[in-house]
Write a protein that binds this ligand. Structure first.
Ligand code: ATP
Ligand code: MG
Length: 225
């Protein structure tokens, strides 16, 4: 059984003349422990698709099935719980909190819950070390390079050991070599832990380490890769 199934998902934004069809009949599935890359140009629907899988956005039709059960994220509370327990998400523009250090950005969820334990700190420091950021733990995002910010965002998404990592354009602000380093680090982490990772990107070179590549064109999955 697949861990994640996307079944005939469509999404339109707006109404009347300003309607935009961002996704049309998207269907695919992912096995646990695999890394899937979705490749598509700007505007092809990549962020829309990730947001729907993350429960941040409702599809216009179709459904997302996790572990065989459709998730109907009708209440924002259900969506929040699903995200907290199963999903790690790295946004296209990172969403780091500017006035917190790298370490405190990783600790934001336990901090909001009002209980940062020693185990949380050790875990956060371990992840920063793994992603080569141990010397940057106390730096704020404005003091970090683009690649360092990206790695902080990835490390933060890994803090709660998500079953599914969703990564939006991991290399948007990086040169190819650094971009590939980030993707390789992420791939090693994911594979070592049997996590499932879905990465979307416009850059074919970043898909080298993926088990499977799907192509998204104008909101549809194109065959023939
Ligand atoms: N809130 C919105 N309202 C109306 N249209 C939207 C909205 N968000 C996205 N769109 C449109 O939906 C389409 C898909 O957008 P999306 O952000 O998913 O693309 P993308 O593949 O992530 O692009 P990029 O590579 O530039 O990040 C685009 O045509 C975009 O203009
Ligand atoms: Mg996008």
């Amino acid at each position: 059984m697949s861990l994640l199934e996307v079944r005939d998902v469509s999404k339109t934004y707006g109404s009347g003349r300003s309607v935009v069809t961002a996704l049309q009949g998207i269907t695919f599935s992912m096995e646990a422990g695999s890394m899937l890359a979705i490749l598509g140009p700007s505007g092809s629907g990549k962020t829309t698709l990730l947001s729907i899988i993350a429960g941040l956005l409702q599809p216009s039709s179709g459904e997302i099935v996790i572990d065989g059960s459709p998730i109907h994220l009708r209440s924002s509370r259900d969506a929040a719980e699903y995200r907290r327990e199963k999903i790690g998400i790295v946004f296209q523009d990172y969403h780091l909190i500017p006035y917190l250090s790298a370490l405190e950005n990783l600790l934001i969820m336990p901090r909001l819950a009002g209980r940062v334990t020693r185990a949380h700190r050790e875990k956060a420091l371990g992840l920063l070390r793994e992603f080569g950021l141990e010397k940057r733990a106390k730096h704020s995002p404005s003091e970090l390079s683009g690649g360092e910010r990206q790695r902080v965002a990835i490390a933060r998404a890994l803090m709660n050991d998500p079953e599914i990592m969703l990564v939006d354009e991991p290399t948007a602000n990086l040169d190819t070599e650094r971009g590939m380093q980030v993707v390789t680090m992420l791939g090693e982490h994911v594979r070592g832990r049997d996590m499932t990772c879905l990465m979307v990107t416009h850059d074919r070179r970043m898909c080298a380490g993926a088990d499977r590549i799907l192509q998204l064109v104008d909101g549809r999955v194109a065959e023939g890769l």
